[in-house]
Design a binder for this molecule. Structure first.
Ligand SMILES: Cc1ncc(COP(=O)(O)O)c(C=O)c1O
Length: 366
């Protein structure tokens, strides 16, 4: 077996699955799970087998409507994770250069490496508020770069990419014959107004997303890729090698969820806003942190002023039963990530415990 391909599996996902559980959980990056009983479906609405050939038409139509694209541009996938894998599989060949933002959601880097890319990184700098900066991309891009990969909203900081910056990245990509893959799984969490997908900005853009993060519907695995029709056709055929067929009952539940989406989004928005307000109100309790509370999104990415953040995360978990994601999973060991999508009461208690842990940390390190 080629061991190189196996070692590129993802430490972050393993952490999220096996080591992030805690009584007070700030490690999650999405909105708390939406219950099945909240969907207006009965067993009679479900079926095991159905007409899912290259997409289940009622689902594709709804996704196309949601993202305001032609149905021919929608490829339904098993979550954003498979959307990214599938899109990357089609957008570069082994040995090509792929330019990925830094800090990044680790699976984006791991997937590109797994598929044989030579991965280069461009920084989204903390001191610039993690802004997407075309100049940084121009510095790193090479004649062999076939793909630029970024998230919008940015995971871990929740910083929006902004239309102008995206257009600039599109220009750079075009002049190098490259595509831009924008993982928009957190874009859905701008509940205030429907933010258009980067797909609309030009031919070089391919966008991925799902119902996972903003709506608490991760278990539906309802993901998608937005791509020009020719590429979409290629992606559907490539998917024959991966998933072949989705779970039809999942497609039917996804249709029901999309028909019910305004109510699901309302619940999510209320939870995230309550948590953001709690965090803002407590900002004074977090003296030991460099903390910017973003306007949107479900995560924040503070930096610990002193000491080792990994040890701080351990203290928080062991003595305060509260979990966050250590920054080392984002190549920023002095940071950690806090999730703002949990139950508001749990989040309030978790943040209070974080404040207590910080005070103890301050005494220990000063
Ligand atoms: C940027 C990003 N993309 C994709 C995913 C995976 O999403 P999904 O559950 O839709 O596969 C995550 C999950 O944390 C993520 O943060």
């Amino acid at each position: 077996m080629d061991s190189h391909r196996c070692t590129s599996a993802c430490a972050y996902v393993e952490f999220a699955r096996l080591h992030s559980e805690a009584r007070f959980n700030l490690a999650g990056s999405g909105v708390a799970a939406y219950p099945l009983r909240g969907l207006p479906v009965s067993i009679d609405d479900l079926e095991i087998n159905g007409p899912s050939l290259y997409g289940f038409p009622p689902l594709i139509e709804r996704l196309a409507l949601l993202k305001r694209v032609d149905p021919e541009c929608v490829v339904h996938t098993n979550g954003t994770a498979m959307a990214n894998h599938l899109a990357m599989s089609a957008l570069f060949d082994p040995g090509d250069d792929v330019l990925v933002e830094e800090p990044a959601y680790q699976p984006l880097v791991a997937t590109a490496r797994f598929l044989g890319a030579h991965v280069l990184r461009f920084p989204r700098r903390a001191e610039a508020g993690y802004a997407l900066d075309g100049v940084e991309i121009e510095r790193q891009i090479t004649p062999r770069t076939r793909l630029i990969v970024l998230t919008n909203l940015h995971n871990p900081s929740s910083m929006p990419a902004g239309r102008e910056a995206l257009e600039k990245v599109g220009e750079i990509a075009r002049s190098h014959g490259a595509h831009v893959l924008v993982d928009e799984v957190y874009l859905e969490a701008i509940f205030a107004q429907p933010e258009p997908s980067a797909f609309h900005l030009g031919e070089e853009f391919v966008a991925t997303s799902s119902l996972t993060k903003a709506y608490g519907l991760g278990g539906l695995r309802c993901g998608w890729i937005l791509a020009r029709p020719e590429l979409a056709q290629k992606l559907w055929r490539l998917n024959d090698l991966f998933g072949v067929m989705p779970v039809h009952a999942g497609e039917l539940l996804s249709v029901a969820a999309l028909d019910h989406l305004p109510a699901i989004a309302r619940r999510a928005k209320e939870m995230v806003e309550a948590n953001r307000n709690t965090l803002r109100a407590m900002a004074g309790d977090f003296e030991h942190l460099e903390l910017t509370v973003p306007e949107y999104g479900t995560t924040v990415f503070p930096r610990l002023h002193s000491g080792d953040a990994e040890n701080f995360c351990r203290l928080l978990r062991e003595e305060y039963e509260t979990s966050v994601v250590p920054g080392r999973y984002f190549d920023r060991p002095e940071h950690f990530r806090i999730g703002l999508g949990g139950d508001p009461e749990m989040t309030r208690e978790a943040l209070a415990r974080l404040a207590l842990a910080l005070r103890q940390w301050q005494n220990r390190t000063s």
